[in-house]
Design a protein around this ligand. Structure first.
Ligand code: F0G
Length: 338
């Protein structure tokens, strides 16, 4: 499959002949979740965005943001990130031959994401502060230096990420009642809503935030956001109004899920659907199970935004233990069969 710019060029702000920086992102699986469907009492599909090249949905937006930066003659890109944007920006800037700098909250990003950003050769800056402070600072940096900002405040990010809605609309032949999606900086829900409307669909948009980082639910910024779902540990989303508009104009809602509810959904997905996502992604399924999707909803898609391998530490802390064993047949039999 080609990348999303090639696949959807006529619906994206790229002309034939424009430079394209792609790792063949997009075209991710949409999997029917049989056990989850049974549990929720409706048809539940999972959009596996962890299947993108760097393991998260960010690649859809990043191919567009970095391609546009190259078209504009940029030499460097920068972003603030809870981890996935950093990994994606680092990979796509490496592919483009651009310099990349990523600002992340110190000690608060998952190990896999940190490894990715470093391996791709980005300048990784650990800020003694949170994501909201990092975003504010990088906005100031780009106002003073010729560096391209690739956070989702960049319109190209939204354009790229809307293609996930196109894929869902095509795969389900336009039959979709609701979308469940985790909300952090609120770029992705904004992008899906744009994409659905362009595809002629208006599913109920159900956004879920972690209870300790739920500014949209409370209607005011959260100064010290906290959650195990580090990807969505955000207290003042940049796309606040657009996200609220998506939810209100689609008849949807924004709700909170606790860390315990997120972890329960995280384990359920891995153990009974064969899908390993990261904790933030499981907020979509936790939200569906805890709050439901509302009346007259028969078919729902939950967006699983990032791969579980991003955050091995959280997985190991919440999974079963390994079974030690001596190198003898009887011991192996006991270990395997008991
Ligand atoms: N899920 C994952 C795995 C994420 O990494 C993010 C955001 C979201 C959900 C929320 O998406 O911000 O568009 O509402 N991660 C950003 C980052 C903030 O820096 O990687 P959103």
């Amino acid at each position: 499959m080609p990348g999303i710019i090639e696949r959807y060029r006529e619906r994206l702000p790229f002309a034939p002949g424009d430079p394209v920086v792609s790792l063949q992102e997009g075209s991710t699986p949409l999997v029917l979740a049989e056990r989850l469907s049974e549990k929720a009492g409706l048809e539940v599909w999972l959009k596996l965005e962890g299947a993108n090249p760097t393991g998260s949905f960010k690649d859809r937006g990043m191919t567009c943001a970095v391609s546009a930066a190259v078209r504009e003659g940029a030499r460097a890109v920068i972003c603030a990130s809870t981890g996935n944007t950093a990994a994606s920006a680092a990979a796509y800037s490496a592919k483009a031959g651009l310099r990349g700098a990523v600002i992340v909250p110190e000690g608060k990003i998952a190990t896999g994401k940190l490894a990715q950003a470093l391996m791709h050769g980005a300048r990784v800056v650990a800020l003694r502060g949170n994501f909201d402070e990092a975003l504010k600072l990088v906005r100031e940096v780009v106002s003073r230096h010729p560096i391209s900002l690739v956070n989702s405040v960049n319109e190209y990010r939204i354009e790229g990420q809307k293609t996930a809605a196109f894929e869902i609309a095509e795969a389900l032949a336009g039959e979709l009642d609701a979308l469940c999606i985790p909300v952090g900086n609120a770029g992705n829900i904004t992008a899906y809503w744009k994409g659905f409307r362009e595809a002629g669909l208006e599913p109920r948009m159900l956004g879920f935030q972690a209870a300790g980082a739920a500014p949209l639910v409370h209607g005011r910024p959260v100064e010290h956001p906290e959650t195990i779902a580090s990807a969505i540990r955000i207290g003042n989303p940049a796309r606040w109004e657009e996200a609220m508009d998506a939810m209100t104009s689609s008849g949807g809602a924004v709700r909170a899920v606790t860390d315990a509810e997120i972890l329960a959904a995280y384990r359920l997905l891995a153990a009974s659907e064969g899908v390993f996502c990261e904790p933030a992604s499981a907020a979509s399924v936790a939200g569906l199970l805890v709050h439901g999707a509302g009346e007259d909803v028969h078919r729902v898609v939950c967006v699983l935004t990032g791969h579980g391998l991003k955050d091995p530490q959280t997985a190991l802390e919440h999974a079963g233990a390994v079974v030690p064993c001596d190198p003898e047949l009887a011991a192996i039999e006991r270990a395997v069969l008991e």
